[in-house]
Structure formats: structure tokens, C-alpha cells
Design a binder for this molecule. Structure first.
Ligand code: MLT
Length: 356
């Protein structure tokens, strides 16, 4: 007779009960957690609308931004978010710090933890670096501000927020992501976030700029990416944009590309640029999002970038409120339940990020 061993359902750390310590990607976010971030962002947006925007919520807390790669929007908005919540914000970049003297990532982050940092926002050229940090920090939370090609969760959350703000809901929206999907961490995090929130996502790129799983369709069979089964893939931009509710062109991440993926930039923009003619194929009033930085005239025409349907500046504005919400949800809840082994990602990177 088979002996049945009682199994306790594994507790998944989450923002709703205050047990999540790190935000590394959206692949482990439930729809409830996304909704909590959206609702908290609404509250932070209200603070941003006040004449005096500063609130004492995170007084006495220390937030470090640790950036090993260039950034304007992400770093500045996290800094502003922390300061508006009255945290002390310290910016560290690889140049000018002990990293230049050869200090390892592990020693750098342990040093920051020892100085009393409550949370580190990290951007790193290597996929997985924030996971490594989270495994090695007992008292300090980590937010992934962009790791290699892998993930950029706060960008995806601000994209979700911007869509929700304009449409009332993300569920049911046809969202088309056009461009260099292969090298884009924004596309990867958006895929998880948008599908969890019920959007219908269409990816459009030349075959050389799509991850293998999306080219051969194996993402549909993989149990680890079952949440992505409804995602569609096309090489034809006109077909993709037809009846879209949201169009999101992506920059060609030339700094991450090998040579030979595209014939010429001119050819690419002729085939894939989101311009006024193509945007007319979308639903009337469709929203145009871009994570920035833009290369106008390549993936997006200047007329679309600065046209009436563009929400690009609004995304940047919403980025501050979303990041205030994330800092609040991780740091203000810190006195809550003690951290557990399940709290900290262990072992290798989650299998689900394989489609790099
Ligand atoms: C990123 O850091 O990935 C940006 O927000 C998008 C880009 O660099 O194109």
C-alpha cells in the first residue's frame, strides 16, 4: 500500500501578505500582487499631485542605487521616489566606487548591507546578478533595475500602470511589442506582467531578433512558460498592429547585438518602424508606449513619438509613482514576518528565464 505523506502547500513570498523581500522579475507575480502595486501606485500618484510632495513614510530608511550600467530614467526615478518618501538615498555607480579597484559584487553588496542599507536597486550587465545578491543578503532587499537581457520589472509595472490608467483595465487589451525582443529585458518582464494581467500579447520582430522559443513555438509546450501560451508571434508589422490597443516599439539594443543580425538600419526601419501609416491600422486612439531611450527615425517615427497617441512622457512620470509604491511595499513592510529560506531565491536562476 502506498504511504501518503502529507504535503503542506509551499508558501510563495508575496507583497500581499508582506512576505516578499525582493523584486527580481514579474514571472513570480500573481495578478493580486500586480493589482496591489497598481492600487499603491494610485495612492503615490495622489502624493505626487500635491503641492508639497514629500511624505515621511520611509524616514530613517536607507536606499542605495547601485548601477553598473548607464541609466537616466530608472536611476533618477528611483532616487526621486526614495527622496519623496523621505528615505536617505545613496547613489553608487561602478565608476568612482571600489568596483574600479576590483571589488567583487558579493563584497560590494555585503559592504552596503553592513552600512545599514535597507534596500538596493541594482542594474547590472549580467543576467542573474540581482538573484545572486538576493541569495547573499539577509537584511537588505533587492530590486532589479535591469539585468542584462533578462528582466526589468519596474519598467514593466509602469507600462502596466500606464495602460490601466488609460483603459481602466489591462485585461483583454491587444498589446503589440515590436522590435528587438531578443535583447530586451523590458519585453521579457512585460510578457510576464501583461499576460498575468490578462492582456493579449503579440510579439513582432525579424526572426533574427526573436528568442528561439518564440521562433519554434516551444514556449507553448514548456510547463515553465505556461503563462505565456496565449502569446502570438509574427514577423509582419502590419498584421501585428491591426486592431491593436497598445503599440510598444523597442529600441534596437545595438550594444548587446552581435553583428549580422540585420541587413541595415535603413532596411529595418522600412520594415518595422512604427510610423503614422502603420499606427492607423491600430484601433482608434490606440496607446503608444516606449520604454526609452528612443532612437527616433529607427524604431519609431518622430511624428508617432511626439503625436497625440504617445504616452512616453507619461510613462516617465508614472515611473516615479510606481517606484514609490515598490519601495513602500518592500521597505515599510520590513518589520513584518521574519525572512525564511523560501524568501530568498536559491540555487540557479529560475528555469523560466531560459529564453534569453
Ligand atoms: C533598459 O534599460 O532596458 C531600457 O529601459 C530600455 C532600453 O535600454 O532600450
Amino acid at each position: 500500500m502506498a504511504i501518503q505523506t502529507p504535503t503542506t502547500p509551499m508558501h510563495h513570498p508575496n507583497l500581499v501578505d508582506g512576505t516578499r523581500r525582493h523584486i527580481l522579475d514579474l514571472d513570480d507575480f500573481s495578478p493580486e500582487e500586480i493589482e496591489l502595486v497598481m492600487a499603491t501606485t494610485d495612492a503615490m500618484g495622489e502624493v505626487l499631485g500635491r503641492e508639497i510632495k514629500k511624505v515621511p513614510t520611509l524616514r530613517g530608511k536607507v536606499i542605495v542605487t547601485l548601477f553598473y550600467e548607464a541609466s537616466t530614467r530608472t536611476r533618477v526615478s528611483f532616487e526621486e521616489a526614495g527622496k519623496l518618501l523621505s528615505a536617505d538615498v545613496i547613489n553608487v555607480s561602478s565608476s568612482g566606487s571600489s568596483v574600479e579597484k576590483g571589488e567583487s559584487l558579493l563584497n560590494t553588496v555585503r559592504t552596503l548591507q553592513a552600512t545599514g542599507a535597507d534596500l538596493i536597486v541594482v542594474r547590472h550587465p549580467h543576467s542573474g546578478a540581482p538573484y545572486f545578491m538576493a541569495r547573499n543578503l539577509e537584511r537588505t532587499s533587492v530590486i532589479n533595475g535591469g539585468d542584462g537581457w533578462h528582466a526589468h520589472p519596474s519598467q514593466a509595472l509602469l507600462d502596466l500602470y500606464t495602460i490601466r490608467q488609460h483603459r481602466g483595465s489591462i485585461s483583454g487589451a491587444k498589446v503589440v511589442i515590436v522590435g528587438d525582443i531578443l535583447h530586451s529585458r523590458v519585453a521579457r518582464s512585460n510578457l510576464w506582467g501583461l499576460t498575468a494581467a490578462g492582456a493579449h500579447v503579440v510579439l513582432c520582430a525579424p526572426p533574427t531578433l526573436l528568442p528561439q522559443e518564440f521562433l519554434d513555438g516551444s514556449y507553448r509546450e514548456d510547463p515553465d512558460s505556461s503563462g505565456l501560451a496565449s502569446v502570438e508571434v509574427t514577423f509582419n508589422v502590419e498584421e501585428a498592429i491591426q486592431d491593436a490597443d497598445v503599440v510598444m516599439p523597442l529600441r534596437l539594443q545595438l550594444e548587446r547585438q552581435q553583428a549580422g543580425l540585420l541587413p541595415t538600419l535603413r532596411e529595418y526601419s522600412k520594415m518595422y518602424q512604427v510610423d503614422e501609416r502603420r499606427l492607423k491600422l491600430a484601433r482608434p486612439g490606440a496607446l503608444v508606449l516606449h520604454p526609452g531611450p528612443m532612437n527616433e527615425g529607427i524604431e519609431i517615427s518622430p511624428q508617432v513619438a511626439h503625436g497625440a497617441q504617445s504616452l512616453i512622457e507619461e510613462q516617465v512620470h508614472n515611473g516615479v509613482a510606481v517606484r514609490m509604491a515598490l519601495l513602500y511595499l518592500l521597505v515599510a513592510n520590513k518589520e513584518g514576518p521574519p525572512s525564511t529560506a523560501q524568501d530568498t531565491p536559491s540555487g540557479e536562476l529560475p528555469r523560466r528565464i531560459r529564453f534569453l
